[in-house]
Design a protein around this ligand. Structure first.
Ligand SMILES: [Zn+2]
Length: 165
């Protein structure tokens, strides 16, 4: 039978570094010229490979009870900042405009709020749109009724909820 299976193990929906996911898209211009488009992709926990120290220092996490350098929000922003630097150089960052959009399946922790603020400072002319849900609510069916439309992308991937029948 075709349909969506909404019976999900509870552990899959508890917020943790490993279970929180970011959906990220962007459109970046350098001096009015389009240089980068990310139509939309998911970012998971970890750190992108081969990120140079300078970028790591530009998006510094905050240690609070546990290490938070590997949260999905920072992964997405490090990955994206590197892609922009490749095209514009470190000197061109302030000349970038456009927008980034990030939806996170669980509200950002203090470290990720700090990283987002640092990203906004690095790219003062790039509009940053942030949306998020609360996994303590969205882990229950009743809590999903008001979830962001972007949330479905994450539920499907993290929970294998789509039953292709
Ligand atoms: Zn975080």
């Amino acid at each position: 039978m075709r349909g969506i299976n909404l019976t999900i193990p509870g552990t899959a929906r508890t917020p943790s570094t490993e279970s929180v996911v970011a959906w990220f898209s962007s459109r970046i211009y350098l001096k009015e010229e389009l240089v980068l488009v990310e139509p939309g992709r998911l970012f998971f926990w970890g750190t992108p490979r081969g990120i140079d120290d300078r970028l790591q220092q530009m998006l510094m996490p905050v240690f609070s009870h546990i290490p938070r350098h590997d949260h999905c929000e920072r992964f997405a922003l490090l990955h994206h900042a590197r892609a922009i630097v490749k095209r514009c150089g470190f000197d061109g960052l302030a000349d970038c405009s456009g927008h980034v959009k990030m939806y996170v399946s669980h509200f950002p922790c203090i470290s990720c709020v700090a990283v987002i603020c640092q990203f906004m400072r690095l790219f003062p002319a790039v509009r940053f749109e942030l949306d998020y849900d609360n996994m303590w609510r969205t882990r229950f069916e009743t809590g999903r009724q008001n979830a962001s439309p972007d949330a479905a992308k994450i539920f499907d991937v993290m929970e294998g909820a789509v039953n292709g029948g």
